[in-house]
Design a protein around this ligand. Sequence first.
Ligand code: SAM
Length: 191
Amino acid sequence: MLKHVIAYAHELMEQVIHPGDTVIDATCGNGNDTLVLSRLVGDEGKVLAFDIQEQAIEMTSKHLTMHDVTNTTLILDSHQRVDHYITAEDEGKLAGAIFNLGYLPGSSKAITTNAESTITAIEKIRHSMKPGGRIVLVVYHGHAEGAIEKEGLLAHVKEYDQKQYAVLQYRFLNQKNNPPFIIAIEKKKKK
Ligand code: SAM
C-alpha cells in the first residue's frame, strides 16, 4: 500500500539517519516527529527541535518526557536561526531535517510557517548537512499562507543543481481538498 505522507516522510528520514547523528526537527509542534527522530539517533545522537510557540515546546517536552527521551534540545526560536544552534561538534554528523509545515493543530491558524523563513532555514541546513543527508518537508497548502509557501518552495527547490541534489515530490494526485505533499531534498554523495 502507498504510504500516507507522514509515514513516508518518516521512512525517508529513517533511510539516512543512523545512531550518533545530529538531526533537526524544524517545527516540533506536538513533538510527534521529534520522538521519531530521537529514536533514530539514539543515546549517542542529538536532536535539535525548534518551534516559535511556547505551547509547542511545552507539548513536545511532555511528549518526550513520557517516552524517557534525553537526547533532544528544545529551542524556542525560529528555524531560520538554525545556524546559531549547530555547533562544531555537529560537523559531519548532520544527517538531515524534517519540516512539518503549517500551523499547530488545534491552535491559532495565524501562527504558521512561511516561505521566507522556511527557505532561509533550508538554505542554512543544506550547506551544513553531510552528503547523503536529507531535508524532508511536509507541505500543507489548504490555507492562504500555505498556498503562498508552497509556490515559493517549489520554485526555489526546482533550481537546485541536479548534480548536487536530488529533489523529490511525493503527492497523491486524486485526493480532494489540497492534500499535503512531501518535498525531499537529498544531498548527493560525491562519486
Ligand atoms: N511536527 C509537529 C508534530 O509532530 O506534532 C507538527 C508541526 S505543526 C504542523 C507546525 C509548527 O510550526 C507549529 O507548531 C508552529 O508554531 C511552528 N512554526 C511556525 N513557524 C515557525 C518557525 N519560523 N520556526 C519554527 N517553528 C515554526
